[in-house]
Design a protein around this ligand. Structure first.
Ligand code: ADP
Ligand code: ASP
Ligand code: MG
Length: 438
């Protein structure tokens, strides 16, 4: 059994949904769908109006979104019977969303509103397949996808519940389920964070020990640099799990940062494929690696760097522990670290407790903060006995001010910290030098 996940653009219109229906018919797989593109953003906007106690603002967006869906229905189904069924389905979701315009609106209600996008796209696809005579079955994510008290997925619960649900539909041709949405440890509706449908797919893949997890999107696999900022990028055909995880964590939007881990732990290959070009080879992510090559570059935005400089660090023990404890006390993860004899620089992407952290750090040294920074992460076979690779990377950035360089933490990456303003130039320079022989 395979798990196939289709992102927002892949199910973004009636026509796209019909293409997806063709791709998924004929094999008894689990199909994970995102909300139609733009829907989750609209649901976020609706929530913002409701937080601000502006029901008129919310209703305007709700009505506009509902009209869009009724338009899709007319194009999607061919019989009046299914058009009617789909209209009733969509109406029930929008009626439900409207109930939240009349009462108190909190984080709890927001999560319920955000869940409606995936519930609608999967319901619509299931009806379409049924209209085509395919015995597809809707498996509700809210009945098996669950997080624990630390907001981490609970793999034992997911596996047990999912197996029960699947085995109660032995005559099903295929299964449709929602990405992104789940219940939390208290049974409330929750989600796996924006872009989290990829994570749903890999958790499901791990739960059913899938033969393969396929992430279908709007591009032919993982490119060697961010195509939104760089010209002349090209697909990488093969990545190791570790390489893909680094790229996803450090900003390659094609994959949700957490989605590689469940696949890696269960050794399930992940294939990135293009819905618009289904025959293109895409990218295969597995536990084998191609040696001797730099594969790709990614960038993570909104980084803050903090430098703590102190004469007391010289020959002292316990200095780094004290510094790291401060970040731990404020539950703020550190991404990059560089050290010298008299100081340490770290980066964080969560600025929530920045002020308190800086205040506490002042006990131990002089603190300097640089904001609006970007981590550029270069990924590939970067084992230390591979001569010359780090030199190439640094040379490519010879005209760009670099605040930190981190190498040697893994065999797969070199990370560099630069100003946000230099991001595009740095990414292009790396592509030109590392991949395009310029
Ligand atoms: P989906 O809605 O299918 O989940 P996403 O928008 O989340 O799709 O991810 C696909 C997009 O990721 C691409 O359209 C592309 O613009 C962007 N992207 C960023 N970095 C990369 C990369 N290195 N390779 C491929 N796509 C990338
Ligand atoms: N629909 C959700 C989002 O837009 C989840 C996803 O698409 O992965 O963030
Ligand atoms: Mg995505």
């Amino acid at each position: 059994m395979k798990v196939l996940k289709f992102g927002g653009t892949s199910v973004g219109s009636a026509e796209r949904m019909k293409d997806v229906a063709k791709l998924i018919s004929g094999e008894r797989n689990i199909i994970v769908l995102s909300a139609m593109s733009g829907t989750t953003n609209s649901l976020v906007e609706i929530s913002e109006y409701l937080y601000k106690k502006n029901p008129d603002g919310a209703n305007e967006i709700i009505n506009r979104l509902a009209q869009k869906y009724y338009g899709h229905i007319d194009e999607f189904y061919s019989t009046d019977e299914y058009k009617q069924k789909a209209k009733e389905l969509i109406k029930s979701h929008f009626d439900y969303i409207r109930t939240f315009t009349k009462d108190l609106f909190t984080l709890f209600e927001e999560k319920v509103v955000l869940a409606q996008g995936e519930l609608m796209s999967t319901g619509m696809m299931n009806l379409y397949l049924n209209e085509q005579g395919i015995k597809s079955v809707l498996i509700p994510a809210l009945e098996y996808m669950r997080t624990d008290k630390n907001a981490e997925p609970d793999p034992v619960y997911i596996k047990e519940r999912l197996h029960k649900l699947l085995s109660s539909h032995e005559d099903a041709d295929l299964f449709i389920t929602q990405g992104y949405i789940c219940r939390n440890a208290y049974g409330e509706i929750d989600n796996l964070q924006r872009g989290g449908s990829d994570y749903s797919a890999s958790l499901i893949g791990a739960a059913v020990n899938a033969e393969e997890i396929q992430i279908w999107t709007d591009i032919d696999g993982m490119h060697n640099n961010d195509p939104r900022f760089v010209n002349g990028t090209s697909p990488v055909r093969h990545l190791h799990f570790e390489e893909a995880a680094e790229l996803a964590y450090f900003g390659a939007k094609i994959l949700h940062p957490t989605c590689i881990l469940p696949a890696k732990l269960n050794n399930i290959p992940v294939r990135l494929l293009n819905t618009m070009q289904p025959d293109a080879p895409g990218t295969l992510i597995s536990n084998t690696t191609e040696k001797g090559r730099i594969k790709a570059v990614a960038a993570k935005d909104n980084i803050t760097s903090i430098k703590i400089k102190s004469g007391r660090m010289l020959l002292a023990t316990g200095f780094l522990r004290k510094v790291f404890e401060i970040f731990e006390n404020y539950q703020t993860p550190i991404d990059m670290i560089t050290t010298s004899e008299v100081g340490v620089s770290v980066t964080i992407d969560n600025r929530k407790h920045l002020e308190e952290i800086v205040d506490d750090l002042k006990k131990y040294g002089t603190v300097t903060v640089d904001e609006e920074m970007v981590i550029v992460c270069v990924v590939g076979d970067l084992e230390w006995d591979n001569v010359g690779f780090e030199a190439c990377i640094v040379y490519a950035l010879k005209d760009i001010p670099v605040r930190m360089i981190s190498y040697g933490g893994s065999n797969y990456n070199v990370s560099l910290l630069i100003k946000s303003a230099d991001k595009k130039r740095a990414l292009q320079a790396l592509s030109d030098h590392l991949f395009n022989n310029k």
